[in-house]
Design a protein around this ligand. Structure first.
Ligand code: ATP
Length: 389
């Protein structure tokens, strides 16, 4: 655990970048520092690896004051990733990644083997190993930056706006990969961003800082969205808090129906039986159970194949039942021309459908359950008990 205890940083010109900040950063999880430009995020991060020394207060790593530790050893225990990757321009990709292991005295063969493994782990093709940084895209360079930071297997990873310089699509991909790598490696990650959506996607816990380096709120993303501490945090979170919070509700409990589903080889009689369920639309699937599209029952009087697949009403984008959130399910229903969302399994086969009304009920239930959990936790805390989150 990293404990930040009442740290203040006043720069030589009198600027107070961080003011009496205290935070407990738990092990093996992602803690995001977020806030408007100039609120002291980078200064805080750099005090953790002692690139900036605090004016007062202290930081403990696993109970040890970091100021009592040799700075080189401290930095080697902390990978550091910055915007634009900060790669060595005259070293190959493999040599860039092998830098820290080599500094630690590993022999060349072992360091290069480790670097090759890491290239694979961060999704870089081995054919890029001999290139130089300028021969890589921005997204690839960021991947190299992450691989380099992980090379000596440090327990802590400090990341300062690592994905800010790449386009939104690559950024999403890199965020997904970071979550995948974190699932495998379980590092203690401190991640700086000014993008609240990135914070919500990546953070197990989020520290919102306000200008002047003061802590506005320290909470899990779901708590932040449901209970912003004050008007500043609410404003910083922006519009659509309610809908964004649905990302934390699983679709596992959503009631699905298979009543309006017909296979493409269904006969007229089978279609009539499905239509009797009073569904305004029937979902036609191929014989493998994958969705083809919706049709009104009356247009399928000659059996499910009476409307060519190309003329069926689009089913939009399906959601994966149990894995995707209620926000995904709602999004599917809202985007679907019929107002019904299609749920599939991990192979893309239809497992059921849900109407906007059913999804609305699931959302209400999920809110009630979250509310009950929160009040159980509050009662347990009042009684001095600890309950699992
Ligand atoms: N070396 C320095 N000397 C004086 N002031 C500094 C120095 N470095 C940063 N500051 C100031 O300290 C404040 C916090 O800066 P910091 O870079 O930590 O903020 P930040 O939240 O990371 O900002 P951004 O999101 O824009 O990167 C700002 O007002 C900045 O101008």
């Amino acid at each position: 655990m990293i404990q930040i205890e009442s740290i203040t940083k006043r720069y030589a010109d009198g600027t107070v970048a961080v003011d009496d900040l205290s935070l407990e950063i738990p092990d093996s999880s992602i803690t995001v520092l977020v806030g408007p430009s100039g609120c002291g995020k980078t200064t805080t991060l750099r005090m953790i690896n002692r690139m900036v020394e605090p004016s007062s207060g202290r930081i403990l790593l696993d109970g040890q004051d970091i100021h009592q530790q040799p700075v080189n050893a401290l930095r080697r225990s902390m990978g550091y990733v910055i915007q634009n990757a900060g790669l060595f321009p005259h070293r190959t990709i493999l040599a860039n990644i092998a830098t820290v292991p080599r500094m630690l005295g590993w022999d060349k063969v072992r360091a290069r083997k480790r670097a090759s493994e890491l290239m694979e782990r961060v999704g870089l093709d081995s054919s890029l190993a001999k290139r130089y940084p300028y021969q890589l895209s921005g997204g690839q360079q960021q991947r190299v930056g992450v691989a380099r930071a992980l090379a000596a297997d440090p327990p802590v990873l400090l990341m300062d706006e690592p994905f800010s310089a790449v386009d939104p699509i690559v950024r999403k991909v890199l965020q997904g990969e970071l979550l995948r790598i974190q699932e495998e490696l379980g590092k203690t990650i401190v991640f700086v961003t000014h993008d609240i959506d990135e914070a919500i996607r990546l953070g197990d816990t989020i520290a919102v800082l306000r200008t002047g380096g003061k802590l506005a709120q320290f909470a899990a993303p779901d708590d932040l969205l449901s209970h912003p501490a004050d008007a500043f945090v609410e404003d910083f979170l922006g519009a659509g808090r309610g809908v964004r919070r649905l990302s934390f509700f699983t679709s596992a409990g959503l009631e699905l129906t298979t009543a309006p589903i017909v296979a493409a080889d269904a006969t007229d009689a089978q279609v009539a039986e499905r239509a009797a369920a009073d569904a305004p639309y029937l979902l036609v699937t191929d014989t493998d159970g994958k969705p083809l599209g919706w049709a009104e029952p009356k247009s399928l009087t000659g059996g499910a194949s009476s409307v060519p697949a190309a003329e069926l009403i689009s089913y939009g984008r399906p959601f994966e039942s149990g894995r995707d959130s209620l926000r995904d399910a709602l999004d599917c229903a809202v985007l679907s021309p019929t107002g019904w969302a299609v749920a599939v399994d991990d192979t893309g086969r239809v497992v059921g459908v849900a109407s906007q009304l059913t999804i609305g009920d699931a959302i209400r239930r999920a809110h009630a359950e979250k509310g009950a959990e929160a009040s159980d936790r509050a009662s347990a805390a009042a009684a001095g008990l600890k309950v699992a989150p």
